[in-house]
Design a protein around this ligand. Sequence first.
Ligand SMILES: O=CC(=O)O
Length: 339
Amino acid sequence: HLSFTDHGPDTFPRLSSCSCSIEQWDSDEPVPRSELLAKVAGIRGLYCLLTEKIDAKVLDAAGPSLQVVSTMSVGYDHVSLEELKKRGIRLGYTPDVLTEAVAELTVALLLATSRRLLEAVHEAKNGGWGTWKPLWMCGYGLTDSTVGILGLGRIGAAVTARLKPFGVKRFLYADTGPRPDVATKIPAEFVPLEELARHSDFIVVCCALTPETQGICGNGLFSLMKDTAIFINTSRGGVVNQEDLYQALVNGQIAAAGLDVTEPEPLPTDHPLFKLKNCGESVLTATTTLFRWNIDKIPVSSKLRDSFLHVCFSSDLYNPVDSAYQLISFKRCASWNKK
Ligand SMILES: O=CC(=O)O
């Protein structure tokens, strides 16, 4: 008995051909919390998106039959690992399916923000484009710049590879610790966050949302940044103290911000950030998760189909359709692999 929220196109037919009973939330809207709590009772597997908060309440509502949770997302900050671990429930997730897509989006956001693309379009459409003025709509260039990556994981490294041809002089990164295997190839220098803030012309946030990174980009960081620096976040809104960011943008502490993620999502349309020229108009995007996915990464690989669910933090490529398919292989799901 499986419970679903949403998933790739061929998941449901494939699963329904198996001898298990499936309950699916069949809507683009997230399943209401009350519905989720009511429907999970007695299930053995739960397949969800990042819109579902999987906490003690959901797990208790599911009861002891629940053996595995799988999320069609790279981030799993919506899932309480502690609560899963307590109950010996395993977690599947989908690392690497959107690395390239998010890296491309990040670069798009960075260029659009630093080159004031949307602001310029707005001016052109609204009659603000008068005669040619040499300094009008000047932006900030990547050539000879220093780019700071907060979180040099798969996406962070993919961003540096894409930015390198623009003539970036120096890559810095801050992380929970040095990552020499990835960093030496770029090359990127491991620095404390404060140093990253002080020296970067562009800061790109690519880290996971964890208790340690919650609100890590706040006044402490913005006040150290150059007033010409550009701040880009494509990780999670919770990494940023949005009020502090707003103040930094209004007070000219930093030049501009490009955000693909906010708290909450979507941001209310009357939110002050939308009114800023150096953020709202350049740029606040709202690329949904599916937009960020590389669809060609979704089809099933038979090799993975027979393997059992990866324990959280497994670095192996993990496929969402497989992850759903594997929910039926409960016998293979050993108890939580304590490390
Ligand atoms: O943000 C998207 C994901 O975590 O998959």
